[in-house]
Design a protein around this ligand. Structure first.
Ligand SMILES: Nc1ncnc2c1ncn2[C@@H]1O[C@H](COP(=O)(O)OP(=O)(O)OP(=O)(O)O)[C@@H](O)[C@H]1O
Length: 521
């Protein structure tokens, strides 16, 4: 019997008293060229995260290729314990899919952890995008094989009583040259489950750690760490990478959000119902989620096997068909096939109907039971390819000052994103609705180079947009004839942290002399 894709709304309301851990963005000293403890030569900085800088390094004696993570000096006090814990957790396992630490230390104000170097690029970059999610969905079989490796790493952590808590698409490195070999990194905000203990673990607090939309609803409600919280994050990862849409931050839309089947949001990508069901289950209320990483992995394996078996059966049916019958009906079958292919380039009538019904359940498969007294559920907007992605004229918007402080730098939509259907109502919806990422290769080819640039620029800028900062703005990036760039927000040069980030992006924008890029954020 096929599993139905059903989403059960989380029941715990966010606790407004809980503080979310944030860090102010700050330039970190670049230590490239230095040697730590006469052992680790820092060759180049490969990552400047929210809490640390990561360098590619060489061991002076063995020549081994390593990654050295140096804690930002200004975060020593609040994060010293977490940093030490990260090294200890990452050193005490032998799972190939979990990053391995080999040393930690402190020298002249630099607190560092040494890891084996993990080849590959962050999962979110796999489809060639720099934004928080790939705007082009990944084929589901490929993603499932990556997720199975992530679940293997999680199972190892969970068995030791550890919850990762910060799983997102930048903390998973995938090596395409080794058949998508996958490594989970950054156990820096891991938590130990009640009743378990590891040496010098930071004291439990009521602070929320993790990346906005990836944080499980029950975490926001103040529940103690539980492995199923990580499975929610895996659900968000799968949702984002299978649809190319950003998951709306649950805490901001409690009781107002319905998650429809992925096949409705990304029609044409052949997401099997079994996979759809797995993702919706991972995103459901904690009581309905998979009980463990192993259970979720088993469901994914079963889905892969089921589809393979169906495909084999279909091949067998074709092979067994009598030659005479093929000869006789060849012309008719050929005609039907052509018709079928043409039809397949459009979403099915049922899907279209589901998309258009705003006040009815999105599909018969989705049995959403809203919280008893909550407001009506809003729906994520289906991903509909736009025939022409001409950028709209930039409306004048009043200039705003971007604040200097930033939590973990990720774009998150305002609460209204969940309830509005206006394509420019929020950064998320703007980018979603103007993507011309079609379900068909034919449509994908219509995406012009300029549209690609705009999409990339928007995502990069939103990514460093401090939470709660400027959500809407008219951005104009200009390459001047002398090669320098000029970036303006609502007609003004941008300043502060956000301004620097926009300017930094602008410098990398592949614009020819006098080239101009205009778009709405
Ligand atoms: N062992 C490693 N091998 C190769 N690259 C690594 C390794 N560890 C980290 N990186 C690179 O450095 C980047 C930042 O690492 P990490 O996520 O651990 O730092 P962070 O300060 O905790 O970042 P954030 O908090 O923003 O997620 C990663 O996205 C990855 O590209």
């Amino acid at each position: 019997m096929k599993t139905k894709a059903v989403w059960y709304p989380p029941q715990q309301a966010p606790d407004p008293e809980l503080a979310v851990f944030t860090t102010e963005f700050a330039e970190d000293t670049d230590r490239t060229g230095k040697t730590l403890n006469k052992r680790y030569r820092l060759i180049r900085r490969i990552g400047a995260g929210a809490t640390a800088s990561v360098y590619e390094a060489r061991h002076e004696k063995t020549g081994a290729r390593l990654a050295v993570k140096v804690l930002r000096r200004d975060l020593y006090e609040p994060l010293r314990d977490f940093f030490g814990q990260e090294g200890r957790i990452a050193a005490r396992h032998n799972c190939p899919h979990l990053i391995q630490a080999i040393d930690l230390g402190e020298v002249r104000g630099a607190t560092y952890t040494v890891f084996n170097f993990a080849e590959g690029k962050p999962l979110r970059h796999l489809a060639g995008n720099s934004g928080p999610v790939s705007s082009t969905p990944l084929p589901w079989q490929r993603l499932c094989r990556i997720i199975l490796q992530v679940l293997e790493a999680l199972a190892v952590l969970h068995k030791s009583g550890i919850v990762h808590r910060d799983l997102h698409s930048s903390n998973i490195l995938v090596d395409e040259s080794r058949d998508d070999f996958t490594v989970v990194i950054d156990v820096g905000f891991a938590a130990v489950m009640p009743g378990r203990r590891i040496t010098q673990a930071p004291e439990p607090t009521r602070t929320i750690y993790g990346m906005h939309s990836y944080v499980a609803p029950e975490t926001l409600a103040g529940c103690p760490p539980d492995p199923r919280m990580d499975l929610y994050s895996v659900g968000v990862l799968m949702f984002e990478l299978l649809t190319g849409l950003e998951m709306i931050e649950y805490g901001r839309s409690f009781g107002k959000l319905a998650v429809p089947p992925l096949r409705v949001l990304a029609p044409g990508y052949d997401i099997p119902e079994a996979v759809d069901a797995i993702v919706l289950r991972a995103l459901s209320d904690v009581s309905m989620r998979f009980a463990s990483a192993e259970e979720m992995a088993a469901a994914i394996r079963a889905a892969l096997a089921e589809v393979e078996a169906d495909a084999e059966a279909a091949t067998r049916r074709r092979v067994l068909r009598p030659a005479a019958a093929i000869g006789l009906g060849g012309a008719v079958v050929g005609g039907l096939l052509v018709g079928g292919l043409l039809l397949a380039t459009q979403p099915s009538t049922a899907t279209l109907a589901a998309m258009n019904i705003a006040s009815e359940p999105l599909s018969r498969d989705l049995q959403v039971s809203p919280p008893a007294s909550g407001p009506p559920l809003a729906k994520l907007q289906p991903r509909v390819p736009q025939p022409s992605a001409q950028e709209p004229e930039l409306p004048p918007t009043p200039p705003q000052e971007a604040p200097a402080s930033s939590p973990r730098p990720t774009p998150t939509p305002p609460a209204s994103a969940a309830t509005t259907s206006s394509p420019t109502a929020s950064p998320t919806m703007t980018s979603v609705s103007s993507q011309v990422v079609g379900q068909q290769a034919r449509q994908r080819m219509q995406v012009t180079a300029e549209q690609r640039l705009i999409r990339k620029a928007r995502r990069s800028i939103l990514e460093c947009n401090p939470d709660g900062a400027l959500a809407k703005a008219a951005v104009v990036i200009k390459r001047l004839t002398d090669g320098s760039v000029d970036a303006k927000f609502n007609g003004r040069s941008v300043q502060g942290t956000f301004g620097r980030c926009v300017a930094d992006y602008a410098k990398t924008a592949a614009l020819g002399p006098d080239g101009v890029l205009k778009f709405l954020l």
